[in-house]
Design a protein around this ligand. Structure first.
Ligand code: ADP
Length: 161
């Protein structure tokens, strides 16, 4: 069984993340999409809200599990018997940070490989920060996120519209 973990903030999950998950399940037997709870970011959606959204979005995908973790990624990977960490590379701007992260994780655990996947070019400009900003300002995010996430945005910002 080839198990990969796909860690991130997923605040919220976008069509770009989903594109990466769909590619990953062609290569790995099990993909664990996991929310990093100890992120220094201050998320708009709670852990629970983000978990629920991801669960709903991957509902039909039998190879995908949804989870969250605290602490070091390498420890979590070991616990879950994962041999790979998945990350998405959109543009050169992602490279520097991802490069540092991958090599640091390799220092911490040499047997855990970081695997980079590139999304469809349609999603290369897409990130959760921009999507949150559009939604906050009342713009239409339906091209960028799954319908359940659009609903969650509508609910979150309805009092401000
Ligand atoms: P993080 O806070 O760790 O960057 P994110 O949820 O923003 O968490 O992203 C998790 C992973 O998904 C990262 O590897 C990021 O590069 C990737 N990712 C985010 N948006 C996209 C996208 N539109 N296309 C491909 N990969 C993406």
């Amino acid at each position: 069984m080839k198990i990969a973990i796909y860690p991130g903030t997923f605040d919220p999950i976008t069509n770009g993340h989903l594109d990466i998950i769909e590619r990953a399940i062609k290569v790995f037997d099990i993909v664990i999409v996991t929310i990093a709870r100890n992120s220094t970011k201050n998320p708009l959606f709670s852990d629970k809200e983000r978990l629920e959204m991801i669960r709903e979005v991957v509902k039909g995908m039998k190879q995908v599990e949804v989870d969250s973790f605290d602490g070091l990624l390498v420890n979590y990977a070991k616990k879950r018997n994962a041999t790979a960490v998945l990350r998405g590379l959109r543009a050169i701007s992602d490279f520097e940070y991802e490069f540092a992260l991958a090599l640091t994780n390799r220092k911490l655990n040499d047997s855990l490989e970081t695997v980079f996947l590139m999304p469809s070019e349609r999603y290369t400009y897409l990130n959760s920060t921009i999507v949150r900003e559009i939604a906050r300002l009342g713009g239409d995010v339906s091209d960028f996120v799954p319908p359940i996430v659009k609903k969650a945005f509508d609910k979150k910002f309805k009092t401000k519209k």
